[in-house]
Design a binder for this molecule. Structure first.
Ligand code: AGP
Length: 608
């Protein structure tokens, strides 16, 4: 959950590092720092708060070095103070280290070092790395890092420079992402690609327990056991403008409006109209066992989990497969007795979520086969699953996940359709589903054209402190996702509930100061949703309905109405979530929230 960025090459490092930090600020932003080397001189600055505070600190300094490391922090050990900001150093200020992850045994290591007279200047776990590397350094920085790794338990993505090794950066990873970037004017390392996408789209993923020494001329990779590794760079499909706002006030709004293109990217080359059978090349390596599979468990966290919850209904509709969905953070504690040929589908935008990664590792131990639905190419989850499907959605910078959610729903639908067409789903049903998928981008565009109407609704209700979101069947997870969107960026309390549960308790909450967003498209649950809305209105509750466009009956019943185009029941969630995203976004704007970097949140939760 911290951001790491490094550069060594022909250019001044400082502006590249600061720009990279800004692209990683969504990963953590309570303090930041950098160390830039010029010969045996190191310019070393740290600041509490956003990157802009660090920029203020270095503003009057001429930092000329062309090699350096930089870090933006999301505190796990030690308060967000300047002393706890990275980089951390040894006592002599020869070693500078930045770290993403948690050193589980840092107290033991710290007390041993203190017994040997080492004085610590911070409360962090990371600082032990600086002192250990200093202790083991005998002229070979990579070997000193390797020895340090052998003493450390826990997770890390680290970058290290040494005053006596100018032009050299050593990086290492175990459990936290670290990627090398190969540029024309120098080389990079970062927590994720967005920090360097402006300079290169050629990346090399480090595996766990690997180190690399990076210089202006290239990089060498080796294992913790000092075995050399040869790995070629991959080309990612992201372009620099993907990591730019391009005129939008926030990345979240940009990514909401990108969703028609996101859907096209998720379906590109995957829809085969004639036979009503999608093509998913990424799962073909395991197709022989997957097509026989009759038990699937989807594991994920947060918004990705809600996507899985929708996926369960879709699989039940389109296939004969027994499907479960589990919160990854709970899944790993269950007694897992998988039926033969069970597949686990790990859903993750970042591909680095620690709970999801831990869950698939536990599932692997218990003999399950693993698929990934991931956005970041080459991320840990994508590399630890047997096969999978990439979202191809480009970077999602806003902490609140939007475009990835509908991309995940689309891919789950394609996967269920593919499997279903090899089970009992007819050609007609397959063709009908594909035709409905093909028009989704234009339908989402239609909803986005109502943004001003939705903004006006948000302006009418943003001052209420408690909201309820209700849905049934396919739209029940949308109620939960809508509530999550609202609370995580506007900080308004909201609950997503199965509408059928209202009479079992939540209806006691209904009052004139509590808006309810009722997701009631004309699907198989419509009549029951109408009943729920009537129950709320009869108790003077406020209702904002998301319904099928032209539904005059529903419009008359409620306080405000947002129309979505008609589609298949299984695809309503993709359309119904867009108004929920916009309601959350505009409420947060009216409340002047920090929308792309909500308090306490990080884009990728790489610690458990
Ligand atoms: C989504 O709005 C949240 N930021 C969060 O719930 C996120 O979906 C969750 O942390 C899972 O992330 P992942 O998809 O990268 O695994």
């Amino acid at each position: 959950m911290c951001g790491i960025v490094c550069y060594v090459g022909k250019k001044k490092a400082q502006p590249i590092l600061i720009e990279g930090l800004k692209r990683l600020e969504y990963r953590g932003y309570d303090s930041a720092g950098l160390a830039v080397q010029n010969g045996d001189h190191v310019d070393y600055f740290r600041a509490v708060g956003r990157i802009v505070e660090l920029e203020k600190k270095i503003h009057d300094h001429d930092i000329t070095g062309s090699s350096g490391i930089a870090h933006t922090r999301w505190a796990t050990h030690g308060e967000p103070t300047e002393e706890n900001a990275h980089p951390h150093t040894d006592q002599e200020k020869n070693v500078f280290v930045i770290h993403n992850g948690i050193i589980e045994n840092y107290q033991i290591l710290k007390s041993k070092l203190q017994k040997n007279g080492v004085r610590f200047s911070s409360d962090t776990d990371t600082e032990v790395l600086a002192h250990l590397i200093s202790k083991y350094f005998d002229g070979d920085l990579c070997e000193a890092v390797r020895k340090t790794m052998s003493k450390v338990e826990g997770t890390f993505g680290i970058a290290v420079i040494h005053r006596n090794k100018p032009g050299q950066i050593v990086v290492a990873r175990r459990g936290s992402p670290l990627i090398i970037g190969v540029g024309k004017d120098g080389n990079f390392a970062a927590s994720d690609i967005s920090a360097m996408v402006r300079y290169t789209n050629k990346v090399v993923h480090l595996n766990d327990n690997e180190l690399a020494t990076i210089t202006e001329d290239g990089f060498t990779i080796s294992t913790a056991q000092a075995i050399a590794v040869q790995r070629d760079a991959e080309t990612v499909e992201w372009a620099p403008e993907d990591a730019e706002l391009n005129g939008f006030p926030h990345f979240m709004l940009k990514e909401i409006f990108e969703q028609p293109e996101t859907l096209r990217n998720a379906m590109r080359g995957r829809l085969e109209q004639g036979e009503g059978v999608p093509r998913l090349g990424g799962i073909m390596p395991v197709w022989d066992t997957l097509k026989e599979c009759r038990h699937i468990v989807i594991v994920a966290c947060g918004t990705s989990y809600f996507a899985g919850c929708v996926g369960r209904y879709i699989f039940e509709k389109l296939t004969e497969i027994d499907i479960e969905v589990e919160l990854a953070s709970e899944f790993r504690y269950r007694k897992l007795n998988f039926p033969h040929n069970t597949y686990i589908i790990a859903m993750s935008q970042s591909g680095e979520t620690a709970d999801t990664l831990a869950a698939i590792r536990e599932a692997r131990r218990k003999g399950a086969k693993l698929l990934g639905i991931v956005n970041v190419v080459g991320s840990s989850i994508s590399r630890e699953t047997d096969a999978g499907v990439y979202n191809h959605a480009g970077p999602e910078i806003g902490v609140a996940s939007t475009k990835i959610f509908i991309s995940q729903l689309t891919i789950l639908t394609l996967l269920a359709l593919l499997l279903g067409r090899h089970q009992n789903l007819s050609l007609t049903e397959g063709v009908e589903a594909i035709r409905a998928l093909e028009v989704l981008p234009e339908q989402v565009q239609t909803i986005l054209s109502e943004a001003n109407h939705i903004q006006a609704i948000a302006e009418k209700y943003y001052h209420y402190n408690n909201w309820l979101f209700l849905g049934r069947k396919y739209c029940y997870p949308i109620a939960m996702e809508g509530a999550l969107k609202l609370k995580e960026i506007s900080y308004i309390h909201a609950e997503g509930y199965a509408a059928g549960e209202m009479k079992h308790g939540p209806i006691a909450l209904i009052n004139p100061d509590m808006p309810t967003v009722a997701i009631a498209p004309k699907d198989s649950m419509y009549d029951k949703m109408i009943n729920n809305i009537q129950e709320i209105k009869s108790r003077k509750g406020l209702v904002i309905a998301i319904g099928t466009e032209g539904d005059e009956q529903l419009k008359e019943m409620v306080d405000d109405f947002i129309g979505i185009p008609p589609t298949l029941d299984i695809l309503n969630p993709i359309l119904a979530v867009v108004p929920c995203q916009l309601i959350a976004y505009y409420c947060a704007r009216f409340l002047n929230r920090d929308i792309d970097k909500p308090r306490n949140l990080a884009k990728s939760v790489t610690v458990e």
